[in-house]
Structure formats: structure tokens, C-alpha cells
Design a protein around this ligand. Structure first.
Ligand SMILES: *Cc1c(COP(=O)(O)O)cnc(C)c1O
Length: 252
């Protein structure tokens, strides 16, 4: 069952890459395992999954502690849900990538904790690309400003952008938002290049270092990942398509 699911998702990813002239290796599949028990994650691991996405800090920490001995450090954990500042310390050494940075205050907290743990933290800026009231994330304009502020923090590497598109029956309706996020991503990359060309002080060098690896576009879920790939996604976050429907009444 899960084997068939993963095979199907994999085939659809390959087909979307082919349609858009992209190489399969450009797209990372994140298995979104929130609400699912450890047995499901282990099964997915056996089937080749190496990236897991969780939206709650406590759940990520619990699963990390339970499963890392089994996964033997081969798994990358992604925090994809909203992050409160007082919880940064619990996941900073566990999450390979935090997808949901949406304020300078949060970034400053991450910087502070990264110093304590003596590590460099990879993050994405979450953009509320459709301007929905119900969603976290910054506007496109705010994202540009936020990236340049965060670049000044030496223990954080801004790796790219993330967005959660609206829930739609027809994934084509989200194409416009994926295009928008991709354009914003290109604009930020370009603007940064301008900074480097125009300046010759040490700050410009820092910009060069910190945005060198600005190369992740996290967008697309079970309902719309193919359109997201066609529009340039480098990470797709698929939960239901791999693990089946979630039951939020069961607590882990
Ligand atoms: C739950 C979740 C997903 C996966 O959703 P599916 O529709 O089940 O694929 C992806 N991204 C985020 C941020 C989520 O919270």
C-alpha cells in the first residue's frame, strides 16, 4: 500500500520533471509524516524515504529521539510548521532545515541558539503567497527585506523560500502562486548579485557567502506538487499521497 503510493508519487515527480525539462535530481521529496506513528515512518524509511517533514516541534523531537538510532543519521528532518521562539532550542540541532521563518525576531532567536549550539542553521523564509488570512508567512515585499536582514546573522544560512498554496480542487489554480514564488526567488537571487557587483566592502562579501546557497524552493503538496515542479519547486512536501489520510483525533 505505502509502497504503491511512493511508487506512484515517484512516477508523477519524474513525469513532471520530464514535462518541464528538469532533471529528477533537482527535486527532493519530503515525506510529511505529521500525526503518523513511528511504524509508518520506519516503513517509509525502508522504502527509501530520507527526508521527513513535521509541523510540530514536540512531535519532531519525539520521533527524532525514537527513530534516529534506527535511521542512523541518514534522515533529514524538516520543520515545516509554525515555530515559536521559545521552542527553537529544542529543534535547532535536529532539524536539517526550518521551512517556516517569518519574522526577524524568530531569526534572531535562531541566531542566538545557533551560537550556543555552535552550528550554522539552514532556513527558508515562509511567504504567504496568496495573502490568505489563515496562513503564516510574510508578503513578497517583506520577504526581500527579511532576507537582507537575516543575511547579517552569521549563524543562519537563508537557503530559499517556502509557501503553502491555497487548498484547491484543481491544482492548476495554484500555478499562478507557484509562478509568483519562483519569480520572487529569482528576484532575491538577482538583487543579491547586484549587491555583490556594486560593492567592494566586507559586507558585500558576507552577502556573497550567505546567499551562495540560496537554491531551495519548497512548494507543492499532495494536491498540487506536479504543477509546483513544473514551476520550479526543488522540494515538494507530500503527506497524504504517501501515508494516506491523517486522523487528527489520534495523539502520538
Ligand atoms: C501537512 C502539510 C503538508 C502535506 O500535506 P498533504 O496535503 O497531506 O500532502 C505539506 N506542507 C505543510 C506545511 C504541511 O503542514
Amino acid at each position: 500500500m505505502m509502497k504503491d503510493n511512493i511508487e506512484q508519487i515517484e512516477q508523477r515527480i519524474q513525469a513532471a520533471c520530464f514535462r518541464s525539462g528538469r532533471d529528477r535530481s533537482e527535486v527532493t521529496l519530503i515525506a510529511v509524516s505529521k500525526t503518523k506513528p513511528n511504524t509508518a515512518l520506519s516503513e517509509a524509511y525502508e522504502l527509501g524515504m530520507r527526508h521527513f517533514g513535521e509541523n510540530k516541534v514536540q512531535e519532531l523531537v519525539q520521533k527524532y529521539e525514537d527513530l534516529n538510532p534506527v535511521f542512523q543519521e541518514k534522515v533529514h528532518w524538516h520543520l515545516i510548521g509554525h515555530l515559536q521562539r521559545n521552542k527553537v532550542k529544542y529543534i535547532i540541532d535536529k532539524a536539517a532545515l526550518i521551512h517556516s521563518v517569518d519574522s526577524l525576531r524568530l531569526a534572531e532567536q535562531i541566531e542566538e541558539d545557533a551560537v550556543k549550539y555552535n552550528l550554522i542553521c539552514d532556513i527558508l523564509i515562509e511567504v504567504n503567497i496568496a495573502g490568505e488570512d489563515t496562513k503564516f508567512g510574510v508578503t513578497a515585499e517583506e520577504a526581500i527585506a527579511l532576507v537582507s536582514e537575516i543575511q547579517k546573522l552569521p549563524h543562519i544560512r537563508v537557503r530559499g523560500l517556502m509557501a503553502i498554496a491555497p487548498y484547491v480542487e484543481n491544482p492548476e489554480k495554484n500555478r499562478i502562486y507557484f509562478k509568483k514564488l519562483r519569480q520572487l526567488y529569482v528576484d532575491i537571487k538577482t538583487k543579491n548579485t547586484d549587491n555583490i557587483d556594486n560593492g567592494n566592502n566586507s559586507k558585500s562579501n558576507h552577502y556573497l557567502t550567505s546567499l551562495e546557497q540560496f537554491n531551495i524552493l519548497s512548494m507543492g503538496m499532495t494536491g498540487d506538487f506536479e504543477v509546483a515542479i513544473e514551476e520550479g519547486a526543488t522540494m515538494v512536501r507530500v503527506g497524504t499521497g504517501i501515508f494516506g489520510e491523517r486522523d487528527y483525533s489520534v495523539s502520538i
